[in-house]
Design a protein around this ligand. Structure first.
Ligand code: GLC
Length: 559
């Protein structure tokens, strides 16, 4: 493995819709990001991943692209994008775009042509199949496969009496990667943005490009929607890696860029190596979701009140599995959350009683791991899940389908508890800049309600407070990016300490320095005298350090 710039980079994901609204129409925009570049520079991050801002009808907040070459007017103009890339570069900040290659919007000109007739040259850019006929002569989808957003993964189109495949929403038809002309058009688009100066991509939903082209029914048991959630039918299939190798050879290899694929659930470490091992023609690294649900929020389904207990041992084991499983073979990214997951502060922290302590502990942990860290906007000030009381305050397209089934089985209170813990909207609320209305995100009406704790959880109150979560993120970023400890933090070996302890998250990092990271993942004191740790304290989120750790205390020590 050769050392390279993106190993020592610190990533920061921006959800542009909710970051900063410069023109007060209620939606964040690219000029808003430009205005906040100094803030990002002060924090110290130097690799921005910006969620899609291409032209889109916004059925799925921009992951439904109708024109890859244009910026959606909601977010600004193409010139704004160019200016953002340039101004970020001036500050040593690189930008990677979210590349959406599995599907387009149904309003993309390709799909408009494709659906117009069976013999249109673009017909084959998407996946069309004849209906199945029921015994009574009525029609049914071509097979029983489920979609990620609920219901079947097929949608009927009356114009040509066929179904098109869509593994997300009806407005997001899947592209047919078997079609060479389509693939070439995608490569041209990727080159276009690289030539505009972006430094790489986060590649969306990449595990799903290849489908089981027999389209045979799944044998899996049907769910309550009467469909089989058999994701293997369109995830991590061998043919996918041929497409990726082609993309790599024709585009990626010609630029000094970084690529991070999203492989999501279904892929374990060994599958991930097919995408990103050092000797694969794929990406530089891939995101997995494995560490995201160690408080059992999905299984609880809103039955329990209050904070859910974190399975610290499970969390450590899972993260360790990726770190050890990839050692010497594959570089990995680390993150606590993204725009598809709840806020880590509400998930694993303690926003009510130990906001500062648990938020700084989580940040220090993330930034002490090997690999490339990605912080999600708002995480650096400990933003929390929503406090909505009304289901109509949620915005995610997925919730409509979800509600149809959920109301049949659960009380309103349970559903609300469930959504407040699991919904993707938890991460999509307006960034909390100050204590002004809507957290200073907009002077208009925000596209989505802010969390009411913006009055005390906000950037302005933390940026100049040396004991704030923000300040611990900033200090750790500095240590990681540019200090005597950089090599050890980035490249050092990793070894868990007391892996089976249910409250402690501790590990060694060894390279040219010997470091120990130690965190109390609980809300009470924790005796660590048996560990005999002593040495030079590099950073500590309390003012003292003894053999009794305080609630959520975290320290990095040179031993
Ligand atoms: C990815 C995105 C998610 C989107 C989906 C469909 O998982 O992160 O937000 O809904 O792909 O593009």
């Amino acid at each position: 493995m050769e050392k390279t710039w993106w190993h020592t980079s610190v990533g920061y994901q921006i959800y542009p819709r909710s970051f900063y609204d410069s023109n007060h129409d209620g939606v964040g925009d690219l000029r808003g990001i430009i205005e906040k570049l100094d803030y990002l520079s002060d924090l110290g991050v130097n690799l921005l991943w910006i969620c899609p801002f291409y032209k889109s009808p916004m059925d799925d907040n921009g992951y439904d692209v109708s024109d890859y070459y244009q910026v959606d007017p909601l977010f600004g103009s193409f010139d704004d994008a160019k200016e953002l890339i340039e101004k970020a570069k001036e500050r040593g900040i690189r930008i990677i775009l979210d590349l959406v290659m599995n599907q387009t919007s149904d309003e993309h000109p390709w799909f408009i042509e494709s659906r117009s007739s069976k013999d249109n040259p673009k017909r084959d850019f998407y996946i069309w199949q004849d209906p199945k006929l029921n015994e009574d002569g009525s029609i049914a989808p071509p097979n029983n496969w489920a979609s990620f957003f609920g219901g079947s993964c097929w949608n009927y189109d009356e114009r040509t009496s066929q179904y098109y495949m869509k593994i997300f929403s009806n407005k997001m038809p899947d592209l047919n990667w078997e079609n060479e002309a389509m693939r070439e058009a995608m490569y041209d688009m990727a080159k276009f943005w690289l030539d505009c100066g972006v430094d790489g991509f986060r590649i969306d939903a990449i595990a799903h490009l290849a489908k089981d082209l027999t389209f045979e029914d799944s044998e899996m048991e049907l769910n309550e929607d009467g469909v089989a959630p058999d994701w293997k039918k369109f995830s991590n299939r061998p043919r996918l890696f041929e497409y990726l190798a082609e993309f790599h050879d024709k585009v990626l290899t010609h630029y000094d860029i970084v690529t991070v694929g999203e492989v999501g659930g279904g892929a374990d470490v060994e599958d991930a190596k097919n995408y990103a091992s050092y000797n694969t023609k794929g990406f530089n690294m891939v995101f997995n979701f494995d560490h995201c649900w160690y408080n059992g929020a999905w299984d609880d389904f809103g039955r329990t009140k209050g904070k859910l207990p974190v399975d610290v041992v499970g969390l450590k084991k899972r993260m360790n599995h990726w770190i050890k499983g990839s050692e010497n073979e594959m570089w990995i990214p680390h993150y606590w959350l993204n725009h598809d997951h709840p806020r880590v502060m509400s998930q694993y922290g303690d926003p009510e009683r130990y906001h500062r302590e648990s938020g700084s502990m989580l940040g220090m942990l993330l930034l002490s791991l090997p690999g490339t860290p990605f912080i999600y906007n708002g995480e650096e000030i400990g933003m929390t899940n929503v406090d909505y009381e009304d289901v109509n305050d949620f915005r995610d397209v997925w919730i409509k389908t979800f509600m149809q089934e959920a109301v049949k089985r659960h009380s309103y209170e349970q559903i609300m508890n469930h959504l407040r813990r699991t919904s993707r909207d938890n991460a999509r609320t307006p960034m909390q800049w100050n204590a002004q209305p809507h957290g200073g995100f907009t002077q208009g009406v925000p596209h989505q309600k802010s969390v009411s704790n913006y009055t005390w959880i906000n950037v302005a109150s933390q940026q100049h407070d040396r004991t704030s979560i923000f300040s611990f993120y900033k200090a750790m970023i500095q240590l990681r990016k540019d200090s005597d400890y950089t090599d050890t933090l980035v490249y050092g070996d990793f070894e868990l300490i007391e892996a089976l302890d249910t409250e402690l998250y501790a590990f060694k990092r060894n390279y040219d320095r010997n470091l120990v990271f130690i965190a109390n993942f609980s809300d009470h004191e924790k005796d660590i005298s048996s560990l005999n740790i002593s040495g030079h304290l590099i950073i500590n989120n309390y003012s003292t350090f003894t053999h009794i750790l305080k609630p959520y205390q975290a320290c990095l020590i040179e031993v």
